[in-house]
Design a binder for this molecule. Structure first.
Ligand SMILES: NC(=O)C1=CN([C@@H]2O[C@H](COP(=O)(O)OP(=O)(O)OC[C@H]3O[C@@H](n4cnc5c(N)ncnc54)[C@H](OP(=O)(O)O)[C@@H]3O)[C@@H](O)[C@H]2O)C=CC1
Ligand SMILES: O=C(O)C1=N[C@H](C(=O)O)C[C@H](O)C1
Length: 244
C-alpha cells in the first residue's frame, strides 16, 4: 500500500518503520508545516491515510482526505464532538473511515475486560468505579481518548452511574460521588499510556490496569487497520476488525 502519514510526530514516526517492515511505501509525510501539500499530492498515489495529528487539526484533515477520496485511519483523540459530521461526510462520499481511541490489541482486550468487570459489578453497588490515566507531558487532551472509551464501557453496563467527571487537579482523594465516574488525568515524563480502573468499597478495592511499554502496539494496530480497510466502504472501529 502507498501510505500518506498525516501527522509526523511521535506516532507518525513510530508507524513508519512498522509500515515499511510490512512491505508498504510512505508516499508523503505531512505535518503542520507542509499541510498545504495535502491538496496538491496526486490522489492516485495514495491508498490510505494514517492520521495522528492534533485535536485542533484532525477534523479538517479528515475532511480533506475524504473529499480527495482517500480511506482514512484516524488515531487522533480529542475531536469527537465532530464525529457525526465526519461520519455523514464519509457516507456522502462513499468513503472509508476507521477510528479508534486506541489501536493496541492489548487495550482493545482491556476494553472488553472492563465491560465484563462492569457487568459483574452491577450487582455490588457498594463498590464505586473510578479511573486514573497517566501520559507523557506533551499530551494535549485530557482525559485521554482511551479513558473516555473505558468510561463509556462502564456506563453502558452500570445503570446506577449517570456520567463521568474529571477529577480536579487540586482534589486530594479520588471518589466518592455515587453517580459519576471520576477520571484522574496525570501527566508524567514520557509515559506512553497507562489506564487504571478501580472499584472501591469502604473495606477494599478491585483494580485492573493496562500499561503500554512503548508506542509500538498503537503503531502496529494502526497499520493493521489500514491494511484491513483496503477495498472497504463505510465507518469502522476496532470491534469490526477484531470480530471480522
Ligand atoms: N489512537 C491511538 O492508538 C493513539 C492516539 N494518539 C493520539 O494521536 C495524536 C498524535 O499523537 P502524537 O504523535 O503523540 O503527537 P505529536 O505532537 O508528537 O505529533 C503531532 C503531529 O501532528 C502534526 N500536526 C499538527 N497540526 C497539524 C495539521 N494542521 N496538519 C497536519 N499535521 C499537523 C504535528 O506537526 P508539527 O510537528 O509541525 O507541529 C506533528 O507532526 C494525539 O491526539 C494522541 O492522543 C497517540 C497514540 C496512540
Ligand atoms: O497521546 C497519547 O500519547 C495517547 N493517546 C491516546 C489516548 O488519548 O487515549 C492513546 C494512548 O493512550 C496514547
Amino acid at each position: 500500500m502507498n501510505i500518506l502519514l498525516l501527522g509526523y510526530g511521535k506516532m507518525g514516526k513510530a508507524i513508519e518503520p512498522i509500515a515499511v517492515e510490512r512491505g508498504h511505501q510512505i508516499t508523503a509525510r505531512i505535518d503542520a508545516h507542509n499541510r498545504a501539500d495535502l491538496t496538491t499530492i496526486d490522489a492516485a498515489s495514495v491508498d490510505v491515510v494514517i492520521e495522528f495529528s492534533s485535536p485542533e487539526s484532525a477534523v479538517e484533515n479528515i475532511k480533506t482526505c475524504l473529499e480527495r477520496g482517500w480511506p482514512v485511519v484516524c488515531g487522533t483523540t480529542g475531536w469527537l464532538s465532530h464525529r457525526t459530521e465526519i461520519e455523514q461526510l464519509c457516507q456522502e462520499k462513499q468513503g472509508a473511515f476507521f477510528y479508534a481511541s486506541n489501536y493496541s490489541i492489548g487495550v482493545n482486550l482491556f476494553f472488553r475486560l472492563n465491560k465484563a468487570l462492569a457487568k459483574f459489578m452491577r450487582n455490588y453497588p457498594s463498590y464505586h468505579a473510578s479511573m486514573t490515566e497517566i501520559h507523557h507531558t506533551e499530551k494535549k487532551d485530557a482525559p485521554s481518548g482511551t479513558a473516555i472509551t473505558l468510561a463509556e464501557g462502564l456506563l453502558e453496563n452500570l445503570p446506577n452511574l449517570n456520567g463521568w467527571v474529571e477529577k480536579p487537579a487540586d482534589k486530594q482523594a479520588l471518589i466518592t460521588s455515587t453517580d459519576a465516574i471520576e477520571i484522574e488525568s496525570l501527566r508524567e515524563g514520557t509515559v506512553p499510556g497507562t489506564h487504571i480502573i478501580r472499584f472501591d468499597s469502604d473495606v477494599d478495592r478491585i483494580e485492573i490496569a493496562h500499561v503500554a511499554h512503548s508506542r509500538q502496539g498503537f503503531a502496529l494496530g494502526a497499520v493493521v487497520a489500514a491494511e484491513w480497510l483496503q477495498g472497504r466502504v463505510g465507518v469502522f472501529s476496532m470491534d469490526d476488525l477484531l470480530d471480522a
